[in-house]
Design a protein around this ligand. Structure first.
Ligand SMILES: Nc1ncnc2c1ncn2[C@@H]1O[C@H](COP(=O)(O)OP(=O)(O)OP(=O)(O)O)[C@@H](O)[C@H]1O
Length: 293
C-alpha cells in the first residue's frame, strides 16, 4: 500500500525537492580531530550546547537551524534573547521570540498543547512515534540563550514557569517530533540541573572556564578521565567535546556559517518553502488555542 500523503503532497516514498533536506537526515555538525565529517541525528533527540562566551555556541546552533530550515518536513520556533543570533532565520520561522520571557512562555504553552494533541493522536492510532510520512510536521525549537529566559529576564515566577515548560517539552516532545536545541554560556547546576541535562541525548561543550562546568554539560566524572572542555584553546572557537547518550566525549570542530552564508541559505529555504507551500504558519497563542496540527 502507498505511504500516506503529507500536507506537502509528498509521500515518504517520493523523491524530495532538489536542494532540500529532511529533518530525518542527520545534521552535518563539523569534523572530528582526524578531519572526518560528523553527522548527528536530531530527529527524536534533543541537543544541548554549553561553553563560555565566544566559544562558538551560536554558530553551532545555527547549523541545526539551517538544516531544519532546509527541511520541508520541519518547522522552526526560535527563542533568542539577543535577537541577532537566530534573527536572520526569522522569515522562515513559525515564531521568533526576542527578549520577551512572557512571549516565550506563551509559545511554550502552545507547544505543550500541540504535544498533548499529538500524543492523543498517537495513542488513538496505537503508535509510539511519528513517521516521515506523518500528517504533521516536525518542529525544531532553538533556544539561545537558555539562562536569559530561565535565570536573567523577568521575575522568579516567570523564570520558573519558563523552566518548567521547557523541561516538559524537552522530556516529552521528541517522540512527537518536537526537538529542542538549546545553548547556554552559563553551564552551572542552577541553569542545567542533572535531571534536565540527561534529557539531552547529544551535548556539546565548547571551551569552559572550569572542569566542573565542562562536566555539567558532558556528565559528571568526564573531566577526571581527561575529557574537559577547559583544555580547549580559547582562540579555537567552535572546538569542543561532543558526547552522545551512552558514549564517550570526542573532540569536534563545528562547521561555521558566516552571516552571508546564513542569508543565502535562508533565501534558498524561503524559496523552497514558498514553492512547496510550507511557509511559516503563525502560531495562534491566545486565548484558547484549539487543536494543533
Ligand atoms: N566553528 C567555528 N569556526 C571558526 N570560527 C568560529 C566558529 N564558531 C565561532 N567562531 C568565531 O567565534 C565567534 C563567536 O562565536 P559565537 O557567537 O558562536 O560564540 P558564542 O559562544 O555563541 O558566544 P556568546 O556566548 O557570547 O553568544 C564568531 O563570531 C566567529 O568569529
Amino acid at each position: 500500500m502507498a505511504a500516506p500523503a503529507s500536507p506537502l503532497g509528498l509521500r515518504s516514498d517520493d523523491a524530495r525537492p532538489v536542494g532540500s533536506l529532511s529533518i530525518f537526515d542527520p545534521v552535518y555538525l563539523g569534523i572530528d580531530e582526524y578531519g572526518h565529517p560528523i553527522h548527528v541525528p536530531i530527529i527524536f533527540r534533543n541537543f544541548l550546547i554549553g561553553g563560555e562566551p565566544g566559544a562558538g555556541k551560536s554558530s553551532l546552533l545555527n547549523n541545526f537551524v539551517a538544516h531544519a530550515a532546509l527541511s520541508l518536513d520541519c518547522r522552526l520556533i526560535l527563542l533568542d534573547g539577543k535577537r541577532v543570533e537566530l534573527g536572520l532565520w526569522k522569515r522562515v520561522a513559525d515564531v521568533f521570540v526576542g527578549p520577551s520571557p512572557e512571549l516565550a512562555i506563551r509559545v511554550l504553552q502552545r507547544v505543550q498543547r500541540m504535544m498533548d494533541n499529538r500524543y492523543e493522536y498517537l495513542d488513538w492510532c496505537e503508535r509510539r512515534k511519528i513517521d516521515p510520512g506523518d500528517a504533521f510536521n516536525a518542529y525544531l525549537l532553538a533556544v539561545d540563550e537558555l539562562a536569559y529566559f530561565s535565570a536573567t529576564a523577568g521575575d522568579k515566577n516567570t523564570q520558573e514557569r519558563f523552566s518548567t515548560l521547557l523541561r516538559d517539552v524537552v522530556a516529552r516532545g521528541r517522540a512527537v517530533g518536537i526537538m529542542v536545541v538549546a545553548a547556554t554560556q552559563r553551564p552551572s547546576s542552577d541553569i542545567i540541573p542533572t535531571s534536565l541535562r540527561d534529557l539531552f541525548a547529544w551535548r556539546f561543550a565548547g571551551r569552559c572556564t572550569t572542569d566542573s562546568s565542562s562536566d555539567i554539560v558532558l556528565g559528571h566524572g568526564w573531566a577526571a578521565q581527561g575529557y574537559t572542555a577547559n583544555t580547549i584553546d580559547p582562540t579555537n572557537q567552535g572546538a569542543g567535546y561532543l558526547i552522545a547518550e551512552g558514549g564517550s566525549p570526542m573532540l569536534a570542530k563545528s562547521a561555521y556559517l558566516s552571516d552571508a552564508d546564513i542569508r543565502r541559505l535562508r533565501n534558498h529555504a524561503e524559496r523552497l518553502r514558498h514553492e512547496h507551500g510550507v511557509m511559516p504558519a503563525k502560531l495562534r497563542l491566545q486565548p484558547d488555542l484549539g487543536r494543533a496540527a
